[in-house]
Design a protein around this ligand. Structure first.
Ligand code: AHG
Ligand code: MN
Ligand code: MN
Length: 338
C-alpha cells in the first residue's frame, strides 16, 4: 500500500491518542459503521443486476414506499451495531419504535437513516446513509426514550456515507470534519478530504423548487433574490438539487452552498427528520464552519426532540447564506401574519 495513504482505521486510531482517557469504544463503533457501509456499498453497486431493486410493496411508519435496499441497509447497520457490544439502542427511519439491544455495559446509542434518497435508487443516482452517536444517559442496562430524545448538541459523533460515483465516509467527532474515499481495489476507506471547511465563496442553493408555490413568503423572496443579477454578491446563484440529502449536502460542503427544506402550509414541520437527518448533518455543517437552523432563528442542534420521527424545517450551509435566508423569512413573516 502507498505509504502516504492514511486508512480510516489508522486515522481513527490516531485520533484516539488525542483522547488519552477515552476507552477506544467510540473508535470501535465508527469502525463497525464503516464495515457495514462497505457491505451496503457492495449491494448498492450491483443493485441493477440482482433482484434487490424495486419496491417491497410495504410502507414504513411514515407511509413512504419502502425500497428493498432500505431494508437491506437497515438490517446490515442494525446487525453491525448489535454485535459490537458497544451500542445498546438504535433509532432508525425504518423502525416505528427504537430497537433495544441487550448488551449490559454498552454506553452508546445510534440514530440512523440507513438509506437516504431512496427515490433515487432505481435510477442509479447517488444515495447515502446518515448516522449519529450519543452517549446513553438513562440509568440501568437497557436504553429508554430519554436516550434518544437528546438534543443534537449532545452528539459525540455524526457522519454520512455517500454511495456516489465513488463511495465516501465523512464524519466528525467534534474536532473538524474528515472525508474518506473507498478504494474498491483494496476495500479500504482512505483519507481523501482532510479537515473539510465550507468555502466562503458559496454561490449555490439547493431546494426542491417545484414546491415554490407552497413555500413561506420569505423563502420565495429569498429564492427570487438568489436569481437576481448582482456581480458583487456573485448572483445569480446556481441551483443544484439531486433529491438525496447526503449528495446535496456533500456537494455544498465541498463547493459551498445552502440546502433548504422549508415548511409548507400542508407540512408546517417540513419533511426531513430531526434525529437522523437534520441533527447529524447540522453537526457536520457546523464542524465545517457553517450554520444550521430551522429558519426561525433556532439552531437545529438546540431543538428539543419530543418524538423519534419528529420533522423540522431545515436551512444549512454557508454561514452568510443561512443568515440571509433567515432575514428574508423574518422580514416577511410579519407580512404573512397580518
Ligand atoms: P429518505 O429517502 O430517507 O426518505 O429521504 C429522502 C429525503 C432527502 O434525502 C431528500 O433531501 C428529500 O427527501 C427529497 O425530498 P423531495 O423529493 O420532496 O424534494
Ligand atoms: Mn432520508
Ligand atoms: Mn431513508
Amino acid at each position: 500500500m502507498n505509504s502516504k495513504l492514511i486508512t480510516l482505521n489508522d486515522f481513527i486510531l490516531n485520533r484516539q491518542k488525542d483522547f488519552p482517557y477515552a476507552s477506544g469504544e467510540l473508535s470501535s463503533l465508527l469502525s463497525d459503521i464503516s464495515l457495514a457501509a462497505k457491505i451496503v456499498n457492495r449491494e448498492v453497486n450491483k443493485a441493477g443486476l440482482v433482484d434487490i431493486l424495486g419496491a417491497t410493496g410495504n410502507s414504513n411508519v411514515q407511509n413512504e414506499e419502502v425500497q428493498k435496499l432500505d431494508i437491506y441497509a437497515n438490517n446490515e447497520f442494525i446487525s453491525a451495531l448489535s454485535v459490537s457490544g458497544l451500542c445498546c439502542g438504535i433509532a432508525s427511519e425504518e423502525n416505528d419504535e427504537f430497537i433495544s439491544i441487550n448488551k449490559p455495559g454498552a454506553t452508546y446509542i445510534v440514530t440512523m437513516d440507513p438509506l437516504d434518497g431512496s427515490s433515487n435508487i432505481d435510477v442509479n443516482v447517488s444515495i447515502g446513509t446518515i448516522f449519529s452517536i450519543y452517549r446513553k444517559v438513562s440509568i440501568g442496562d437497557s436504553c429508554t426514550m430519554e436516550d434518544f430524545l437528546q438534543k443534537g448538541t449532545e452528539q459525540v459523533a455524526a457522519g454520512y456515507v455517500l454511495y456516489g460515483s465513488s463511495t465516501m465516509m465523512v464524519y466528525s467527532t467534534g474536532n473538524g470534519v474528515n472525508g474518506f474515499t473507498l478504494d474498491p481495489s483494496i476495500g479500504t476507506f482512505c483519507l481523501s478530504h482532510p479537515d473539510i471547511k465550507i468555502p466562503k465563496e458559496s454561490k449555490t442553493y439547493s431546494v426542491n423548487q417545484g414546491n415554490f408555490i407552497k413555500f413561506p413568503e420569505g423563502v420565495k423572496q429569498y429564492i427570487k433574490y438568489c436569481q437576481e443579477n448582482d456581480k458583487p454578491t456573485n448572483r445569480p446563484y446556481g441551483l443544484r438539487y439531486i433529491g438525496s440529502m447526503v449528495a446535496d449536502l456533500h456537494r455544498n460542503l465541498l463547493k459551498g452552498g445552502l440546502f433548504m427544506y422549508p415548511s409548507t402550509e400542508a407540512a408546517p414541520k417540513g419533511k426531513l427528520r430531526l434525529l437522523y437527518e437534520c441533527n447529524p448533518m447540522a453537526y457536520i455543517v457546523e464542524q465545517a464552519g457553517g450554520k444550521a437552523t430551522d429558519g426561525n432563528g433556532n439552531r437545529i442542534l438546540e431543538l428539543q426532540p419530543t418524538e423519534l420521527h419528529q420533522r423540522t424545517p431545515v436551512f444549512l450551509g454557508a454561514d452568510f447564506m443561512v443568515k440571509d435566508v433567515e432575514s428574508f423569512i423574518k422580514k416577511y413573516s410579519s407580512v404573512e401574519a397580518v
